[in-house]
Design a protein around this ligand. Structure first.
Ligand SMILES: Cc1cc2nc3c(=O)[nH]c(=O)nc-3n(C[C@H](O)[C@H](O)[C@H](O)COP(=O)(O)OP(=O)(O)OC[C@H]3O[C@@H](n4cnc5c(N)ncnc54)[C@H](O)[C@@H]3O)c2cc1C
Length: 365
């Protein structure tokens, strides 16, 4: 009980680890969490990857914690324990929710006959927290950990870890672009929880320390939007329906994920200069628009350099268009960058919840 624990990453994993420690009586004063993003009071809605509650706890707010949907947890602790731990994450999200009674669970128990000829439907529960509550959850959770004595170091990026000396180097990420001054922090135990935004760093450490890795499939996806009534029969059975289909001969599989209904908006997220399209579902009835949107994800096996391949796809899907001064709202020409969208019926994308057009460039036939 006297070891200094450093957690790199204040995402869903890092924050739950700290919570579990202090809930079990570990002194918060011995826990330091370092994150390159911001605390929940200063983190902006559009900063989707970095900061308090990381990517998964800030953007959409649908919790699909189940071993059947992916992840590696059950490999290390077994199926039963993995499910138990994931239940604890759900419980924590409800615990810090300002209106836990509004958390909705969709739990399909049987594949409906009408879908069987076309797709499989995965059967497991999904919790819908409400996109509009995430910021409050993050604040409540943060305050709890601070009240327990946990130290937070925000806006610092860890750029080096010496596992032999048990110290790490964190730099003041935002205030000093020339990467100085530096700060060495020592630890007795390290929890490395950097998520997707830390992939490059994790990879460089894996290389440096010759840690074993394993090939992964590539996942690429599009977001589909349509009026809700087309999907109502399915939504009544599963709010966040996970349809899937395998194409063994082609080495790919397809699945739907992250379905948003009732008050459903396509949200454009800019991450490190690229545009991607997420879905948000608000709880407040004033946002009701009777639309549905969901992701369609293709998993592709056997790609030799998945990172380079994915980067190439992203580059091709993010395009720029020269807007001449005659079409510019400011009267000055500029370069408009966005992702692509396509509609066979020439349907225009819906507006955002702020009543603005979704930033997209139409893909022509
Ligand atoms: C845009 C987006 C939306 C998503 N929405 C959902 C959803 O609604 N529901 C769901 O269940 N899953 C969602 N996911 C998946 C979800 O992000 C992950 O399952 C979950 O966030 C993983 O938690 P984590 O703590 O491992 O990583 P993250 O949540 O990504 O957190 C990692 C944290 O580490 C910090 N970090 C990274 N590198 C460094 C470094 N070198 N130094 C300091 N700090 C560092 C980052 O700033 C970040 O805060 C979403 C993913 C993305 C990308």
């Amino acid at each position: 009980m006297n070891k200094k624990i450093v957690i790199v990453g204040a995402g869903v994993a890092g924050i739950n680890a700290a919570t579990k420690l202090v809930d079990n009586g570990y002194p918060g004063e011995l826990i330091t969490i370092i994150d390159m993003g911001k605390d929940p009071y200063n983190r902006k809605a559009e900063e989707v990857m970095e900061g308090m509650l990381g990517a998964g706890g800030w953007s959409d707010g649908k919790l699909t914690y189940h071993t059947a949907i992916g992840g590696q947890l059950s490999k290390y602790c077994g199926e039963k324990k993995a499910m138990e731990l994931m239940d604890q994450v759900i419980t924590n999200f409800k615990r810090f929710h300002p209106k836990p009674e509004e958390v909705q669970c969709s739990n399909p128990v049987e594949e409906p006959e009408f879908i069987k000829p076309y797709f499989g439907l995965r059967l497991f529960p999904v919790w819908h927290i409400g996109t509009d509550y995430l910021s409050e959850i993050a604040k409540n959770w943060y305050e709890y950990l601070v009240s327990k004595g946990v130290n937070f170091v925000w806006e610092h990026k860890v750029i080096d870890i010496d596992f032999t000396k048990q110290n790490l180097l964190a730099v003041d990420w935002f205030n000093t672009p020339n990467l100085a001054p530096t700060e060495y922090i020592s630890y007795d135990e390290l929890i490395f929880a950097v998520g997707k935004s830390g992939i490059d760093f994790a990879q460089s450490l894996a290389k440096q320390y010759e840690l074993p890795d394993e090939p992964k499939s590539v996942q690429i996806g599009v977001r589909f939007e349509a009026p809700q009534h087309h999907f109502q029969k399915l939504i009544d059975i599963s709010y966040d329906f996970k349809l899937y289909k395998k194409f063994e001969d082609k080495g790919v599989s397809l699945r739907s994920f992250c379905t948003n209904n009732n008050a459903a908006y396509v949200a454009v997220e800019e991450t490190y200069g690229d545009y991607s399209y997420n879905g948000h579902a608000k709880k407040d009835p004033k946002y009701k628009n009777d639309m549905t949107n969901f992701g369609i994800l293709m998993e592709i096996n056997g790609i030799e350099d998945p990172f380079e391949w994915s980067r190439n796809v992203v580059n091709q899907c993010n395009v720029s268009v020269d807007i001449p001064s005659s079409h510019s709202p400011t009267g000055e020409s500029f370069l408009y960058k966005a992702g692509l969208y396509y509609s066979p019926s020439f349907r225009q994308p819906s507006f955002t919840s702020e009543n603005e057009p979704v930033r997209v460039i139409r893909l022509t036939d």
